[in-house]
Design a protein. Structure first.
Length: 308
Protein backbone atom coordinates (compact mmCIF):
# COMPACT_ATOMS: atom_id res chain seq x y z
CA UNK A 1 0.00 0.00 0.00
CA UNK A 2 1.77 3.14 -1.20
CA UNK A 3 1.32 6.41 0.59
CA UNK A 4 1.81 8.55 -2.51
CA UNK A 5 -1.06 6.81 -4.28
CA UNK A 6 -3.71 6.90 -1.57
CA UNK A 7 -7.31 6.55 -2.70
CA UNK A 8 -6.51 5.08 -6.08
CA UNK A 9 -8.49 2.11 -4.89
CA UNK A 10 -8.90 3.34 -1.37
CA UNK A 11 -5.64 1.52 -0.78
CA UNK A 12 -2.22 1.87 -2.33
CA UNK A 13 -1.10 0.32 -5.54
CA UNK A 14 2.06 1.26 -7.37
CA UNK A 15 3.77 -2.05 -6.55
CA UNK A 16 1.22 -3.82 -8.72
CA UNK A 17 2.96 -2.98 -11.97
CA UNK A 18 6.17 -4.53 -10.72
CA UNK A 19 4.45 -7.61 -9.36
CA UNK A 20 2.53 -8.16 -12.58
CA UNK A 21 5.72 -8.30 -14.59
CA UNK A 22 7.99 -10.07 -12.15
CA UNK A 23 5.82 -11.90 -9.66
CA UNK A 24 5.65 -15.12 -11.63
CA UNK A 25 9.41 -15.27 -12.02
CA UNK A 26 9.93 -14.46 -8.35
CA UNK A 27 7.82 -17.38 -7.23
CA UNK A 28 9.15 -19.86 -9.79
CA UNK A 29 11.98 -22.35 -9.35
CA UNK A 30 14.39 -19.47 -9.99
CA UNK A 31 13.66 -18.19 -6.48
CA UNK A 32 15.57 -21.05 -4.90
CA UNK A 33 18.08 -21.60 -7.64
CA UNK A 34 16.08 -24.39 -9.28
CA UNK A 35 15.13 -24.64 -12.89
CA UNK A 36 11.89 -23.96 -14.68
CA UNK A 37 9.61 -20.98 -14.40
CA UNK A 38 5.98 -20.95 -13.48
CA UNK A 39 4.93 -20.04 -17.00
CA UNK A 40 1.52 -18.69 -17.84
CA UNK A 41 -0.09 -20.50 -14.91
CA UNK A 42 1.76 -18.15 -12.58
CA UNK A 43 -0.22 -15.17 -13.79
CA UNK A 44 -3.45 -16.64 -15.11
CA UNK A 45 -4.89 -19.78 -13.47
CA UNK A 46 -7.02 -22.22 -15.41
CA UNK A 47 -10.45 -20.71 -16.10
CA UNK A 48 -13.41 -21.74 -13.98
CA UNK A 49 -16.57 -23.17 -15.51
CA UNK A 50 -18.68 -20.41 -17.07
CA UNK A 51 -21.77 -19.21 -15.25
CA UNK A 52 -25.19 -19.41 -16.90
CA UNK A 53 -27.96 -16.86 -17.28
CA UNK A 54 -30.56 -16.86 -14.52
CA UNK A 55 -33.78 -15.46 -15.99
CA UNK A 56 -35.25 -14.21 -12.71
CA UNK A 57 -32.11 -12.21 -11.98
CA UNK A 58 -31.57 -11.09 -15.58
CA UNK A 59 -35.08 -9.65 -15.59
CA UNK A 60 -34.05 -7.16 -12.88
CA UNK A 61 -31.47 -5.48 -15.12
CA UNK A 62 -32.42 -1.92 -16.16
CA UNK A 63 -34.04 -1.98 -19.59
CA UNK A 64 -31.45 0.19 -21.34
CA UNK A 65 -28.64 -2.14 -20.29
CA UNK A 66 -30.66 -5.28 -20.95
CA UNK A 67 -31.57 -4.18 -24.48
CA UNK A 68 -27.94 -3.44 -25.32
CA UNK A 69 -26.90 -6.95 -24.32
CA UNK A 70 -23.68 -5.58 -22.84
CA UNK A 71 -22.41 -4.58 -19.43
CA UNK A 72 -19.93 -1.75 -19.97
CA UNK A 73 -17.21 -2.01 -17.33
CA UNK A 74 -14.65 0.70 -16.61
CA UNK A 75 -11.34 -0.80 -15.48
CA UNK A 76 -7.88 0.49 -14.63
CA UNK A 77 -4.91 -1.87 -14.65
CA UNK A 78 -2.61 -3.29 -13.41
CA UNK A 79 -3.46 -4.50 -9.92
CA UNK A 80 -2.68 -8.23 -9.81
CA UNK A 81 -4.18 -10.58 -8.99
CA UNK A 82 -7.42 -8.63 -9.35
CA UNK A 83 -7.06 -7.02 -12.77
CA UNK A 84 -4.02 -7.06 -15.04
CA UNK A 85 -2.92 -8.22 -18.50
CA UNK A 86 -1.55 -11.65 -19.26
CA UNK A 87 1.39 -12.07 -21.68
CA UNK A 88 -1.01 -12.00 -24.64
CA UNK A 89 -2.46 -8.65 -23.56
CA UNK A 90 -5.78 -10.07 -22.39
CA UNK A 91 -7.27 -8.52 -19.25
CA UNK A 92 -7.41 -11.22 -16.58
CA UNK A 93 -7.67 -11.55 -12.82
CA UNK A 94 -9.93 -12.40 -9.92
CA UNK A 95 -12.12 -9.36 -10.52
CA UNK A 96 -12.36 -10.20 -14.22
CA UNK A 97 -13.39 -13.81 -13.70
CA UNK A 98 -15.95 -12.72 -11.14
CA UNK A 99 -17.38 -9.98 -13.35
CA UNK A 100 -17.54 -12.42 -16.28
CA UNK A 101 -19.66 -14.71 -14.10
CA UNK A 102 -21.81 -11.81 -12.92
CA UNK A 103 -22.44 -10.67 -16.49
CA UNK A 104 -23.29 -14.21 -17.60
CA UNK A 105 -25.78 -14.56 -14.75
CA UNK A 106 -27.40 -11.33 -15.92
CA UNK A 107 -27.49 -12.51 -19.55
CA UNK A 108 -25.00 -9.85 -20.61
CA UNK A 109 -21.61 -9.73 -22.31
CA UNK A 110 -18.98 -7.70 -20.43
CA UNK A 111 -17.33 -4.90 -22.39
CA UNK A 112 -14.13 -3.95 -20.55
CA UNK A 113 -12.91 -0.42 -21.24
CA UNK A 114 -9.58 0.74 -19.85
CA UNK A 115 -9.54 4.10 -18.15
CA UNK A 116 -7.56 6.29 -15.81
CA UNK A 117 -8.64 5.30 -12.34
CA UNK A 118 -9.73 8.83 -11.42
CA UNK A 119 -12.05 8.96 -14.44
CA UNK A 120 -14.01 5.77 -13.75
CA UNK A 121 -16.49 7.11 -11.19
CA UNK A 122 -17.15 10.34 -13.14
CA UNK A 123 -17.70 8.20 -16.25
CA UNK A 124 -20.21 6.07 -14.35
CA UNK A 125 -21.99 9.22 -13.22
CA UNK A 126 -22.05 10.44 -16.81
CA UNK A 127 -23.36 7.16 -18.20
CA UNK A 128 -20.27 6.12 -20.16
CA UNK A 129 -19.78 3.02 -18.01
CA UNK A 130 -22.42 0.90 -16.32
CA UNK A 131 -20.13 -0.26 -13.53
CA UNK A 132 -16.56 0.11 -12.31
CA UNK A 133 -14.21 -2.78 -11.62
CA UNK A 134 -10.86 -1.67 -10.21
CA UNK A 135 -10.63 -2.93 -6.64
CA UNK A 136 -12.45 0.15 -5.37
CA UNK A 137 -12.68 0.38 -1.61
CA UNK A 138 -16.26 1.24 -0.68
CA UNK A 139 -16.01 4.43 1.39
CA UNK A 140 -18.65 6.74 2.83
CA UNK A 141 -17.15 9.60 0.84
CA UNK A 142 -17.50 7.72 -2.44
CA UNK A 143 -21.03 6.68 -1.54
CA UNK A 144 -22.01 10.34 -1.79
CA UNK A 145 -21.63 10.16 -5.58
CA UNK A 146 -22.20 6.49 -6.53
CA UNK A 147 -23.68 3.35 -5.03
CA UNK A 148 -21.47 0.35 -4.28
CA UNK A 149 -22.14 -3.38 -4.27
CA UNK A 150 -19.59 -5.06 -2.01
CA UNK A 151 -17.90 -8.26 -3.18
CA UNK A 152 -14.62 -8.72 -1.28
CA UNK A 153 -12.70 -7.70 1.84
CA UNK A 154 -9.08 -6.56 1.59
CA UNK A 155 -6.56 -5.46 4.19
CA UNK A 156 -3.00 -6.28 5.21
CA UNK A 157 -1.73 -9.85 5.40
CA UNK A 158 1.59 -11.42 6.36
CA UNK A 159 3.29 -14.48 4.86
CA UNK A 160 5.97 -16.79 6.23
CA UNK A 161 7.77 -20.00 5.34
CA UNK A 162 5.94 -23.23 6.20
CA UNK A 163 6.56 -24.33 9.76
CA UNK A 164 7.27 -20.83 11.04
CA UNK A 165 5.19 -19.31 13.80
CA UNK A 166 5.34 -15.58 13.16
CA UNK A 167 2.74 -13.47 14.94
CA UNK A 168 2.08 -10.15 13.15
CA UNK A 169 1.09 -8.66 16.50
CA UNK A 170 4.24 -9.84 18.26
CA UNK A 171 7.10 -9.88 15.78
CA UNK A 172 9.67 -8.23 18.04
CA UNK A 173 13.20 -9.06 16.92
CA UNK A 174 12.04 -10.51 13.59
CA UNK A 175 13.11 -9.45 10.10
CA UNK A 176 10.08 -8.43 8.04
CA UNK A 177 10.21 -7.64 4.32
CA UNK A 178 8.05 -4.93 2.76
CA UNK A 179 7.99 -2.97 -0.44
CA UNK A 180 9.52 0.45 0.02
CA UNK A 181 7.16 3.43 0.45
CA UNK A 182 4.15 1.29 1.32
CA UNK A 183 2.09 1.96 4.42
CA UNK A 184 3.37 -1.35 5.75
CA UNK A 185 6.84 0.23 5.75
CA UNK A 186 5.79 3.75 6.68
CA UNK A 187 3.06 3.10 9.23
CA UNK A 188 2.29 -0.48 10.22
CA UNK A 189 5.74 -1.85 11.04
CA UNK A 190 7.19 1.30 12.67
CA UNK A 191 4.20 1.41 15.02
CA UNK A 192 4.57 -2.27 15.88
CA UNK A 193 8.32 -1.93 16.31
CA UNK A 194 7.84 1.01 18.68
CA UNK A 195 5.44 -1.08 20.74
CA UNK A 196 8.21 -3.67 21.01
CA UNK A 197 10.84 -1.23 22.22
CA UNK A 198 8.38 0.47 24.57
CA UNK A 199 7.89 -2.94 26.16
CA UNK A 200 11.64 -3.47 26.48
CA UNK A 201 11.78 -5.96 23.61
CA UNK A 202 13.99 -5.84 20.49
CA UNK A 203 12.61 -3.84 17.56
CA UNK A 204 11.30 -5.32 14.35
CA UNK A 205 13.97 -5.17 11.66
CA UNK A 206 12.13 -3.62 8.72
CA UNK A 207 13.70 -4.74 5.43
CA UNK A 208 12.44 -2.68 2.47
CA UNK A 209 12.73 -3.73 -1.17
CA UNK A 210 12.10 -1.73 -4.33
CA UNK A 211 9.69 -4.35 -5.68
CA UNK A 212 7.18 -6.71 -4.11
CA UNK A 213 8.72 -9.61 -6.01
CA UNK A 214 12.03 -9.04 -4.24
CA UNK A 215 10.33 -8.82 -0.85
CA UNK A 216 8.54 -12.09 -1.54
CA UNK A 217 11.75 -13.78 -2.66
CA UNK A 218 13.48 -12.70 0.54
CA UNK A 219 10.99 -14.74 2.55
CA UNK A 220 11.27 -17.77 0.27
CA UNK A 221 15.08 -17.70 0.44
CA UNK A 222 15.15 -17.32 4.23
CA UNK A 223 16.69 -13.85 4.17
CA UNK A 224 13.84 -12.52 6.32
CA UNK A 225 11.30 -14.11 8.64
CA UNK A 226 8.11 -12.79 7.05
CA UNK A 227 6.62 -10.21 4.71
CA UNK A 228 3.71 -7.78 4.99
CA UNK A 229 1.66 -6.57 2.00
CA UNK A 230 -1.90 -5.95 0.83
CA UNK A 231 -3.96 -9.09 1.39
CA UNK A 232 -4.75 -9.90 -2.27
CA UNK A 233 -1.05 -9.55 -3.13
CA UNK A 234 0.03 -11.76 -0.23
CA UNK A 235 -2.64 -14.34 -0.98
CA UNK A 236 -1.61 -14.42 -4.64
CA UNK A 237 2.07 -14.81 -3.70
CA UNK A 238 1.16 -17.76 -1.47
CA UNK A 239 -0.90 -19.27 -4.28
CA UNK A 240 2.02 -18.98 -6.71
CA UNK A 241 4.71 -20.16 -4.28
CA UNK A 242 4.14 -23.90 -4.77
CA UNK A 243 4.10 -24.46 -1.03
CA UNK A 244 7.07 -22.23 -0.20
CA UNK A 245 4.88 -19.69 1.63
CA UNK A 246 1.93 -19.80 3.99
CA UNK A 247 -0.17 -17.18 5.81
CA UNK A 248 1.14 -15.74 9.05
CA UNK A 249 -2.05 -14.85 10.87
CA UNK A 250 -5.25 -13.45 9.45
CA UNK A 251 -6.07 -10.38 7.35
CA UNK A 252 -6.35 -7.22 9.43
CA UNK A 253 -7.30 -3.56 8.88
CA UNK A 254 -9.74 -4.79 6.25
CA UNK A 255 -12.33 -2.84 4.30
CA UNK A 256 -14.81 -3.87 1.58
CA UNK A 257 -14.14 -3.67 -2.13
CA UNK A 258 -17.20 -2.73 -4.15
CA UNK A 259 -18.50 -2.21 -7.69
CA UNK A 260 -19.60 1.41 -8.21
CA UNK A 261 -22.77 2.12 -10.22
CA UNK A 262 -24.85 5.24 -10.80
CA UNK A 263 -26.50 6.60 -7.68
CA UNK A 264 -29.99 5.13 -7.39
CA UNK A 265 -29.56 2.71 -10.31
CA UNK A 266 -31.46 -0.58 -10.11
CA UNK A 267 -28.31 -2.19 -11.50
CA UNK A 268 -27.01 -2.28 -7.92
CA UNK A 269 -29.75 -4.71 -6.93
CA UNK A 270 -29.10 -6.78 -10.06
CA UNK A 271 -25.41 -7.09 -9.26
CA UNK A 272 -26.20 -7.91 -5.65
CA UNK A 273 -28.63 -10.68 -6.64
CA UNK A 274 -26.18 -12.09 -9.18
CA UNK A 275 -23.40 -12.26 -6.60
CA UNK A 276 -25.73 -13.84 -4.04
CA UNK A 277 -26.46 -16.50 -6.65
CA UNK A 278 -22.76 -17.10 -7.34
CA UNK A 279 -22.09 -17.40 -3.61
CA UNK A 280 -24.93 -19.91 -3.20
CA UNK A 281 -23.79 -22.05 -6.14
CA UNK A 282 -20.15 -22.07 -5.05
CA UNK A 283 -18.93 -20.28 -8.18
CA UNK A 284 -17.73 -17.30 -6.15
CA UNK A 285 -15.62 -19.55 -3.92
CA UNK A 286 -14.26 -21.44 -6.93
CA UNK A 287 -13.10 -18.21 -8.56
CA UNK A 288 -11.56 -16.88 -5.35
CA UNK A 289 -9.73 -20.15 -4.65
CA UNK A 290 -8.51 -20.27 -8.25
CA UNK A 291 -6.77 -16.93 -7.69
CA UNK A 292 -5.65 -17.69 -4.15
CA UNK A 293 -7.68 -14.86 -2.57
CA UNK A 294 -10.26 -16.88 -0.65
CA UNK A 295 -9.23 -15.20 2.61
CA UNK A 296 -11.08 -12.09 1.44
CA UNK A 297 -14.36 -13.77 0.50
CA UNK A 298 -17.60 -12.35 1.87
CA UNK A 299 -20.76 -14.23 2.88
CA UNK A 300 -23.28 -11.67 1.67
CA UNK A 301 -22.99 -8.66 -0.64
CA UNK A 302 -24.53 -5.41 0.51
CA UNK A 303 -25.27 -2.11 -1.16
CA UNK A 304 -23.22 0.72 0.33
CA UNK A 305 -21.39 -1.23 3.01
CA UNK A 306 -18.63 1.28 3.79
CA UNK A 307 -17.14 1.09 7.26
CA UNK A 308 -15.52 4.52 7.08
Amino acid sequence: MLSECHNRRGRFWRFAAVFAAAGALAMSGCASGGGGGAGEDATSPSPTAPAAKVEAIANTVPEDIKSSGELVVGVNIPYPPNEFKDPSGKIVGFDVDLMNAIAATLGLTPDYRESDFAKIIPSIQGGTYDVGMSSFTDTKEREQTVDFVTYFNAGTMWAQRPGSSIDPNNACGKKVAVQATTTQEAEELPAKSKACTDAGKPPIEIVPFDGQDAATNAVVLGQVDAMSADSPVTSYAIKQSNGKLEPAGDIFDSAPYGWPVQKGSALAQSLQKALEHLIETGTYREIAVNWGVENGMIDKPVINGAVS
